[in-house]
Design a protein around this ligand. Sequence first.
Ligand SMILES: Cc1cc2nc3c(=O)[nH]c(=O)nc-3n(C[C@H](O)[C@H](O)[C@H](O)COP(=O)(O)OP(=O)(O)OC[C@H]3O[C@@H](n4cnc5c(N)ncnc54)[C@H](O)[C@@H]3O)c2cc1C
Length: 402
Amino acid sequence: MAYIKVNQDKITKEVAEKLIKICPFGAFDYENDYLSINAACRICKLCVNKGPVGACEFIDDVREKIDKTLFSGVTVFIEQHQNKAHPVSWELVGKAKELAAINGEPVLAVIIGDDVEHIAQEALTYGVDRVHVYQDEHYRDFNVERYTNVLEHFFQTQQNNVFLYGGTPMGRSFAPKVAARLKTGLTADCTALEMTDERDLLQIRPAFGGNIMAKIHTPNTRPQMATVRYKMFNKPEKQAPTGKIIWEDTSTLSKKTTISILDHYNKPKVTDISDAEVIIAVGRAFKKEKDLELIEPLRKKLNAEVGCTRPLIENGWFDPKKQIGLSGRTVKPKLIINLGISGAVQFIEGMKDSELIISVNRDPNNKLFDISHYAIVGDVYDVLPELNRLIDQIIGGKNEVS
Ligand SMILES: Cc1cc2nc3c(=O)[nH]c(=O)nc-3n(C[C@H](O)[C@H](O)[C@H](O)COP(=O)(O)OP(=O)(O)OC[C@H]3O[C@@H](n4cnc5c(N)ncnc54)[C@H](O)[C@@H]3O)c2cc1C
């Protein structure tokens, strides 16, 4: 890993003070005539380039080049809970098929669990070439230690190129542990993935609060690993299976664990806006929490879920699970109606793939209008009653709306 080295023989009190002033991250500590670098360092190299000559040095610990042709296969971790696959897994299989086709690689899947043959069969119907199943009673419940041992075995036996996980609570706790074990990179919450002719995975995700899209590239390590949120990609069509299931021998894998599951509790079922077909999304145009009651008639008529922007969560008006956007949920409903939302990039990233987008805003230059199928310029307090009236006309069978 690249790092900044402080050449202590060049450090005097004055040099240290200059470096402390230059560093925008407060990453230097000077104590007892010793200048150290703390965890705030972003390796921006300002200290090397603008600091006193020779005081700091950039050490680029470049890895040896690897022979990329030795690694093949775009693999998806098929997440299951209580023997039911998480739908993000099938979305990832769809993307894996696209990525694998670029260089003629196989599409693989790994399933860990007990009594999971039906999930393996389902994976084949989505076009997976090889499903590696690690079935054992010890794997019934997710256990990050045991599951990491399983994937370590998978990578020892397969020269795997790319490995994808769902950006779910399970994927988010599992993937970093595997990446650390294998000393490889991991990009969390990718919003797009591309493949080069050199079999390098371009892992694309918003960075710096969504102000830039970063293309992350790990050319010298394999496997290349990424997590992707639910609803980013499309589930593939089912097909006649042509792939095969490989039953892996689990008897030699360590099942040692420091985790014991004492009990299971099912969380009360909350409708997840990620799965909603119709969403009414509300923003800061609503001045008081009580004003949100205005959307109720429309919500009921459309059988819609309500989602919101981040400021409304910060106001305490909604449960955080209702937030749409980069730091909230990604949604892809058949219809989304945005009411008084500015269209910050962080919001748009979470809903831009919705099938039909209608936006209401009093600002004719509203950014959401650029991605909307219908734009209504007006005050939400005036437009809402009008929308209610129009929907009444349609539902009332008169169908008089043009
Ligand atoms: C790291 C980071 C992550 C973030 N993640 C998210 C995220 O996941 N989701 C998210 O939503 N935000 C997120 N944000 C915040 C985001 O940048 C915006 O601040 C937020 O989306 C703005 O919410 P808004 O559109 O409701 O409010 P505003 O920006 O205040 O916009 C209000 C809009 O309503 C219109 N309006 C006002 N009154 C009326 C009216 N009476 N009738 C019609 N139109 C009216 C205005 O013209 C304006 O367009 C994040 C920010 C950061 C820094």
